[in-house]
Design a protein around this ligand. Structure first.
Ligand SMILES: [Zn+2]
Length: 266
């Protein structure tokens, strides 16, 4: 089925997407392919990196790596903010919420979509990043991405996926900017695609960036936007949408495979 509204028309309206990561490489790892695709389609992407490492030289180096990585994804320096919270100590509080709102108020009133960590994550900063993002932007649908080394597989509800092979080279090139993390063995751009392949098996696909979805009650505008993304074929969705979002499932969308350990592990 063809979505009746051509995306060339939609692109005349300002469409804003906020991506939030706990650490300087998280957003690229979790959603770099999707974001580069959306940026190329003319969507305005804004990114907040929440924490910095305590040592100032390392912190500065990681910021530079993130700036380079995001520029390769099509996200410029003026669309990227570093909130400056301490790595390992991220918390949801009145102060941290106001800091995030101060940043986003310079960019938009309400974004069309938020992308951040999944709640199914064992890293305390990643979990806090989800909570802080949701507490700061309360009326927008949130896609949550897993990070391989802290992913809590059981309980994760696959909702939306992006076939990342479409942007594989751009994503790999972006991740290679995080040289400090590659040197320390914390990330491996090539191995990240092993994770995407495993995520793809959860939904019967090849390598995907996979997201869970949280929809606040008061987010109708955002739901329409998400529906457009699915209808236009940028992303695909599973059948977990319900309530008002029940008709988000478009023709041709695949049902999610049962989420069991045996389907996930090789
Ligand atoms: Zn992280």
């Amino acid at each position: 089925m063809q979505f009746p509204m051509d995306f060339g028309v939609v692109s005349m309206i300002r469409r804003t997407i906020l991506a939030v990561g706990a650490h300087p490489d998280d957003v690229e790892l979790g959603a770099g392919g999707l974001l580069s695709d959306l940026a190329a389609r003319g969507y305005e992407i804004f990114v907040i990196v929440l924490t910095d490492e305590p040592e100032s030289t390392a912190a500065a180096r990681r910021r530079e790596e993130a700036i380079s990585a995001f520029s390769m994804l099509g996200i410029g320096r003026d669309h990227l903010a570093f909130a400056g919270f301490a790595d390992g100590f991220l918390q949801v509080s009145r102060d941290s919420v106001s800091k995030v709102r101060d940043i986003t108020s310079e960019w938009f009133e309400v974004p069309d979509l938020v992308i951040t960590h999944s709640m199914s994550d064992l890293h305390p900063d990643h979990r806090a990043a989800w909570q802080l993002t949701a507490a700061s932007i309360r009326n927008t649908a949130i896609l949550g991405f897993p990070i391989s080394n802290s992913f809590l597989l059981t309980g994760f509800q696959a909702a939306v996926w992006y076939n990342v092979h479409k942007q594989e080279q751009i994503k790999l090139d972006a991740l290679r900017n995080h040289a400090s993390q590659i040197e320390l063995g914390r990330i491996s751009p090539d191995r990240s695609f092993t994770f995407h392949r495993d995520l793809g098996r959860l939904v019967g696909q090849g390598p995907v960036e996979l997201f869970d979805l949280n929809i606040p009650y008061d987010s109708a505008r955002s739901e329409v936007f998400l529906k457009q993304l699915l209808w236009s074929g940028v992303c695909s969705g599973t059948e977990i949408f319900n309530f008002r979002a029940g008709d988000l499932l478009m023709d041709g969308a695949r049902h999610a495979a049962p989420l069991t350990v045996s389907t996930f592990h090789k």
